[in-house]
Every structure is written in C-alpha cells, then in structure tokens.
Design a protein around this ligand. Structure first.
Ligand SMILES: [Zn+2]
Length: 295
C-alpha cells in the first residue's frame, strides 16, 4: 500500500482496490513511476488520480511506487524499490544466459535422480504453467517445475530443479527452519489478507484509536518474520542443490560456477525482500511513535 512495488501486469487490479479505499490522497501521499530503462519520476496529482481510476499506461516491466512521505524516510523506500527491481532484472539476464549452457539431463530427470539418491520415493515431479513458478509443495509432496525448467537441459534449469528438490530433501529430513516456516504459513496468509487495510485504517485513526495501528503493525511483523525465516531455508536448499550437482558430476567446474551464480541471484531477491519488509516495519513503528509524541 504505502510502499508498493508492482509490476505493470497486476497494477490494474491493485489500483481498483486502492480506488475503493482511497478516493482522495492525503497531502503527503506520492506515487513514483519507473520504467525498465531506469527512468524514475514522481507522478503529479492529476496523473495519480488518473492512475487510480483507469490505470496509467505503463511500459512493460514498469513499476509504480506508492509512498507516504514522512520526513526523508521515503528515500530509503525508493532505494529499496530500485535495488529489488535491478536484482530481478539481473536475475532474468543471468537465467537467460545460463539456459544457453547445455547439460546432459532435463530438469525433470535431475529432480527425480536427486530424490532417488536421497532415498525419497513419495515425492512427485510435476510440470506447471508459467515462468518462475517453480516451487516445492510440502502439502502434497510435489516438486513443481515450470515448463522451461521441467523440459530444459541446461544449467539454469538444472540449478532450479535441484534447488526445488533441495526443499523436498529438507522436508524429508525435518529441517528445522522449513518446519518453522511451514508452521507460519496459515498465520501469514491470514495476515497478508488483512494487513494493508488494518494499517491504512490504523493510520487514518491513529490520533483517536492508536490500538488499530498497533494491531496492523503486529500483523505486518508476522509477515516480516516470515520473510526472514525464508532466508536460511532458501540458502540451504541452494547449498544442497550445488553440493549434489557437483557430487554427481552433472556439472563440471565451469557450469558449476554458473549454477552457483544463478542461485546466488535468486537468493538476493529473497534477501532484499526481507530487508525491505524490515524497513517497512520500522516505518510503521515510526508513524506510531510520531503520533504518540504529538499527544
Ligand atoms: Zn526455494
């Protein structure tokens, strides 16, 4: 809501929601627009209204950053938005590059081999629609690979397939951080459904009923905690993937370095997301403290 980096694809839906709840802007509410060439500018009031009602025309891959200014703190959010956006671009570049480096096996074969060698026989490897949709689902024990990864016989596909299988291995070996993360999923899905509206309402009534903002901050803190817990889980899955790929001889020295690099950039996206979440949490706490100090 107040710090939001949205890709043009899903901007319109979010806009419609914002319009419903935020028909007029507070004085210190701003929107910035950036395109993929690194161009960033602040939208004027008229454009902001227009962007709410109809969705402004965005270049493919453009971003809208919504910010409530409070002192100079918004600079930090702009910095986070730009960094995470640069990282996701870099990730795409790396994956495009490493998917041109051929490897003996497809992602599917790699996942199945890695499962078997870890003594896991109750996990299925499936192909799912979309790009970068790869994930392990502990609920039904499936390694879900996007088409490019499932069918691809290249370093990028191998790295992703082995990483997702790494999560399956974590699950089978009751890896503590994964267990903690899974336990938090219902809490976080509840929190993320309500957090924006509770925070928004909380800020609007902060001077009369600050408890609502406190509730919003608690909800938000649970999502921040979740994104921090995610870090060791992701790094460990990548570590398992790289050790296994090297140990089996599927990667040689050259493409092992490429697999490492691809997974490293994927990890950065989680890292910057956790940092941004932490900064946003601090920001809401500062709003609360600012309101208290005015009393
Ligand atoms: Zn992962």
């Amino acid at each position: 809501m107040f710090f939001e980096l949205s890709k043009s694809k899903d901007v319109n839906e979010k806009r419609a929601l914002s319009y419903f709840y935020l028909p007029s802007y507070p004085e210190n509410f701003h929107e910035y627009y950036g395109n993929k060439n690194g161009f960033l500018r602040r939208l004027n009031r008229k454009e902001m209204r227009y962007s709410l009602s109809d969705g402004i025309k965005l270049d493919n891959g453009g971003v809208i950053i919504q910010i409530v200014e409070m002192g100079g703190i918004y600079i930090i959010f702009i910095a986070f938005a730009i960094i995470s956006w640069l990282i996701s671009n870099q990730l795409k570049v790396k994956f495009a590059k490493y998917s041109k480096m051929p490897i003996q096996y497809s992602g599917k074969e790699i996942a199945e081999r890695m499962l078997r060698q870890n003594g896991i026989d109750d996990v299925k490897v499936l192909s799912v629609e979309g790009q970068l949709t790869d994930h392990y689902n502990p609920a039904n024990k499936t390694v879900n690979l996007s088409r490019d990864v499932y069918y691809g016989s290249n370093v990028a596909a191998a790295a992703v397939a082995a990483h997702e299988t790494g999560h399956a291995v974590q699950h089978a070996s009751a890896y503590a951080w994964l267990q903690m993360r899974s336990a938090l999923v219902p809490v976080v899905s509840f929190a993320s459904r309500w957090v924006q509206w509770v925070l928004l309402a909380g800020i609007l009534v902060v001077n009369t009923f600050p408890q609502l903002l406190v509730a919003g901050i608690i909800l938000f803190a649970s999502t921040t905690f979740f994104s921090i817990i995610t870090l060791p889980v992701e790094v460990n899955a990548s570590h398992r993937a790289l050790v296994w790929l090297k140990g089996t001889g599927i990667t040689n020295n050259q493409n092992q370095a490429a697999a490492f690099d691809a997974l490293k950039w994927a990890a950065y996206t989680y890292f910057i997301a956790a940092l941004a979440s932490l900064a946003t949490l601090v920001y809401y706490v500062l709003i609360l403290m600012g309101a208290r100090n005015r009393d």
